[in-house]
Ligand binder design. Structure first.
Ligand code: DC
Length: 218
């Protein structure tokens, strides 16, 4: 069974997806990490993220693998590079490249084939797995999302003004929602889950109940 969880950053999507997979005994696929791995590799090779042809070629030839929570690009451990501001910015740019998207979606389908898996991203229920058994789309108030990011950064020792984070988040959201291919929108059959006032535990419990009832009726 494939469960998809889509939505913008700061909705608790990654933690929810990981914990849900854990509770269900499913595998977990963080597709954002795949876009970030291509971006990190781009930066390392000094390829301009806007150089569509070169980035497309890179994504088509790069093998991305996961092992024990770590991410590898062509066998190189890139985990430490995935969440830097530079990689985050480059990932958002390269995610607009059709060749990157088709390479990564092919890879996602190969990984998910015949598995019980929770796939998390922006287009999992709409494009990558339109026939997924269970689809969720997480949302939350933009200020709350930026605040969560601010707290996450503060816990890592970095203080960033809320206004700056909110502005960057709005720019990324606009790029994600308005790009021509695979824009960030809920699948028509996705359940919309607003996490503004809920903690992760509540969200995971709610999703787990929905998936389990689907499993029972399957
Ligand atoms: O979820 P994240 O913040 O780790 O995603 C990193 C970037 O990749 C972000 O700009 C959105 C993009 N992305 C995407 O376009 N499609 C996906 N399935 C996953 C991520």
């Amino acid at each position: 069974m494939i469960v998809t969880i889509d939505g913008p950053a700061g909705t608790g999507k990654s933690t929810t997806a990981r914990q849900l997979a854990n509770r269900l005994g499913f595998e977990y696929l963080d597709t954002g990490a795949m876009y970030r791995a291509v971006a990190a590799e781009c930066l390392r090779r000094s390829i301009d993220p806007m150089d569509t042809a070169s980035v497309g070629q890179l994504a088509q030839s790069l093998t991305i693998t996961f092992d024990e929570g770590r991410t590898f690009a062509a066998g190189r451990d890139v985990t430490g590079e995935l969440r830097t501001a530079e990689t985050t910015q480059a990932a958002s740019l390269i995610a607009q490249n059709p060749d990157v998207r088709s390479a990564l979606i092919d890879a996602q389908r190969r990984i998910a084939d015949e598995r019980h898996i929770v796939c998390e991203g922006r287009d999992q229920g709409t494009v990558a797995f339109p026939h997924a058994a269970c689809k969720f789309f997480l949302t939350a108030d933009p200020e709350v999302r930026a605040l969560r990011r601010q707290q996450e950064l503060a816990s890592q020792g970095t203080d960033v003004p809320l206004a700056k984070l909110l502005a960057e988040q709005t720019a990324r959201d606009q790029r994600d929602e308005n790009r021509e291919i695979a824009p960030l929108i809920p699948a028509p059959d996705a359940q919309i889950i607003d996490t503004t006032a809920s903690d992760i535990e509540e969200v995971v419990t709610r999703l787990e109940a929905i998936v389990r009832s689907k499993l029972e009726s399957a």
